[in-house]
Write a new protein. Structure first.
Length: 401
């Protein structure tokens, strides 16, 4: 708990997490454009704008996600450092743009590399935001700024106060990238490339569900730990969206959608299977918890089950809570890597029922629903003997009382 709390309070990681969350509405909107560009039911295409117009919506939202994440991260960190929010955001964006190496255009001008403004530029965007805000906060703490008197408007005072730190940030990055010729964006990307590639491996996917289940079992919410993976998940999802928008198949499995729709059905531990079985429990306790927790579990909210059964700190139910998600990861990994099911390429609201979420997140792939149902059946089989035995124990205790 102490380690998780320390991780959640780390200002830079917390700001990156908030920046990712702040970008999600635009990713969701881009996913809607992407789904409409290739609707699950082809007949809908007759009532929709042309494909190019819809894909332009995807590119404007998900295709420029690094810009939005940079601004949101800078704003979150500025609040933590008590720095000027407007100066922090604008300086961070200017630094991020200076990190880019312009590409020559046919007309003779220079253009920004669009892929580096999408999923490929997320980590440079986070670095630009942190560098800009920390520089501004450093100058503010030491009062190294231009002070205006004489009752000048507050907006003008703040603008002049931010002039020196903003100039310092811009000159440093401009000198390094465009004078010295060091491609900082690629350097930053290369530093995190092994982490991104490693997240795609089967051991990494299994490790995520092991961390999630293990922490929940001892009563610690895994959000603070797994939030460190959210930038990677967002980068992988945005990359999948860009691939589908360009007419190529998605290939990155390390996305939140992979876990939500094919592993954590009903919430952590695959507890939708548990919720279904509790409806047929014989003990009074489990029957009441099942009735109260079934509907929330359908919409991926399982706290009533985790703390009502309880699953937390309950060794009798630890095995299916850990093994079920691992088996689901193995099956989903094999199905998607084998090309049997589309890889998730769209973000949909996580509170949708699992079959609907699986269908929409994979671009209307019916096979995804079949995979989701297979995982649910297997997870149910894993839960059944443990739930049955626990139900008997509680029924016996209630009878004695």
């Amino acid at each position: 708990m102490r380690a998780g709390e320390a991780l959640s309070k780390q200002p830079h990681l917390g700001s990156i997490r908030d920046g990712v969350v702040g970008s999600l509405p635009l990713i969701l909107l881009g996913s809607v454009f992407l789904l409409l560009a290739a609707p699950p039911w082809p007949g809908l295409a007759r009532f929709l704008p042309n494909v190019d117009a819809l894909r332009m919506g995807t590119r404007a939202c998900a295709g420029l996600v690094s810009i939005y994440a940079c601004a949101a991260t800078a704003l979150a960190l500025a609040k933590r450092r008590a720095a000027d929010p407007a100066a922090s955001v604008t300086t961070a964006l200017s630094v991020f743009m200076l990190l880019q190496h312009p590409s020559p255009l046919a007309a003779g001008g220079l253009g920004l590399p669009i892929p580096q403004l999408g999923a490929g530029g997320l980590f440079p965007a986070f670095a630009a935001a942190i560098f800009a805000v920390e520089t501004i906060a450093f100058f503010e703490r030491r009062k190294w700024n231009i002070q205006l008197g004489g009752g000048a408007p507050d907006a003008v005072v703040r603008s002049f106060a931010a002039l020196l730190p903003a100039t310092t940030c811009v000159l440093i990055v401009w000198t390094v990238v465009h004078v010295a010729g060091i491609d900082l964006a690629n350097v930053i990307g290369a530093i995190f490339a092994p982490l991104v590639r490693g997240s795609e491996s089967l051991p990494a996917l299994v490790l995520v569900v092991l961390i999630d289940s293990s922490l929940y079992l001892v009563g610690v919410h895994p959000f603070s730990v797994l939030s460190a993976a959210k930038p990677i998940w967002l980068a992988q999802l945005a990359d999948n969206m860009a691939a589908v928008a360009s007419g190529h198949p998605a290939h990155n499995l390390a996305t939140q959608e992979f876990f939500v729709w094919f592993v954590w059905q009903g919430g952590s531990g695959g507890t939708l299977a548990l919720a279904i079985q509790l409806l047929f429990a014989k003990s009074k306790q489990l029957k009441l918890v099942g009735r109260a927790g079934f509907v929330p579990a359908v919409f991926n909210i399982n706290e009533p089950l985790l703390f009502g059964v309880p699953v937390v700190l309950n060794g009798r139910l630890a095995v299916p809570f850990i093994v079920g998600p691992v088996v689901s990861v193995l099956l989903a990994y094999a199905a998607m890597k084998g090309g049997l099911v589309n890889v998730p390429s769209a973000e949909v609201v996580w509170t949708l029922p699992a079959p609907v979420g699986a269908f929409l997140s994979t671009g209307g792939d019916v096979r995804a629903v079949v995979l989701q149902m297979v995982n649910l059946v297997i997870t149910s089989a894993l839960w059944w003997p443990f739930v049955r035995r626990y139900d008997r124990v509680l029924l016996k205790a209630e009878t004695v009382e």
